[in-house]
Design a protein around this ligand. Structure first.
Ligand code: 13P
Length: 249
């Protein structure tokens, strides 16, 4: 069984008041039998880590470069994020694949950089609406999984997030059947590739997860948590999602 994880992705949102909300999260979850992470924009990481220190909340980044250092103006290396106190780095989010042309190969290299820095990559995959309509979903996510997850011995450090692009920020959540079908396929692929260790890789669902639908999603087989966008910005929205998972362990 994999340990459960609820992670918030602030994307390019947030500011002083959003950061202040982390005090409430840290106070509410001093200890927890699940993993809880918040991924603010890079400039806020050090401050965020300071606020949650001593609580069960861990901090994650939203991206990193593939290289350990060098002439890459504006980019951030995984080692720097580890030094700041990050435990996770999201890699290959569909917004980065779209905005920055990131390929599966780039995503795998980023995930490897995260592993090399002793953090856990949250590797994102997911089909577009056109691909779903064309009946290509399982084929697309299987290829993304195969090519975006690096060959590694550190299988226990991997996290995979299934985020159908059409469900991100749209309020349109995938159905229970759709989530079950994809997560079942992803688990089978992971076990095929990594053997028994593949069972322990947390599989997160992402895409319009809210307080009102989290419990039903968490009841789906092979859903080990959520990657939450909009509803992670305010403690009042995020805490019920965390609590829905806590009620299930
Ligand atoms: P929303 O929860 O806002 O749909 O975003 C999901 C997401 O992209 C998390 O990475």
């Amino acid at each position: 069984m994999s340990r459960k994880l609820v992670a918030g992705n602030w994307k390019m949102n947030g500011g002083a008041s959003t950061l202040a909300g982390l005090n409430d999260l840290a106070a509410a979850y001093q200890e927890a039998p699940i993993d809880i992470a918040v991924c603010p924009p890079a400039p806020f990481l050090a401050h965020a880590d300071h606020i949650v220190s001593g609580s069960a909340i861990e901090i994650g980044a939203q991206d990193c470069h593939t290289a350990a250092s060098g002439a890459h103006t504006g980019d951030v290396a995984a080692g720097m994020l580890a030094e700041l106190g990050c435990a996770y780095v999201i890699v290959g989010h569909s917004e980065r694949r779209a905005d920055h042309g990131e390929t599966n190969a780039t995503v795998a290299a980023k995930a490897q950089a995260v592993l090399d820095a002793d953090m856990r990559p949250i590797i994102c995959i997911g089909e577009s609406l056109d691909q779903r309509k064309a009946g290509q979903t399982l084929e697309v996510v299987a290829e993304q999984l195969a090519q975006s997850v690096p060959d590694t011995e550190a299988v226990h450090q991997l996290v995979v997030a299934y985020e159908p692009i059409w469900a991100i920020g749209t309020g349109e959540v995938a159905t229970i059947e759709q989530i079950a079908e994809v997560h079942g396929e992803l688990r089978a692929q992971l076990v095929d590739r990594f053997g028994e260790e593949g069972v322990g890789v947390p599989l997160l669902y992402g895409g319009s997860v809210k307080a009102g639908n989290a419990a039903d999603i968490f009841d789906v087989a092979h859903v080990d948590g959520a990657l939450v966008g909009g509803a992670s910005l305010k403690p009042d929205d995020f805490m019920p999602i965390v609590n829905a998972m806590l009620a299930r362990v």
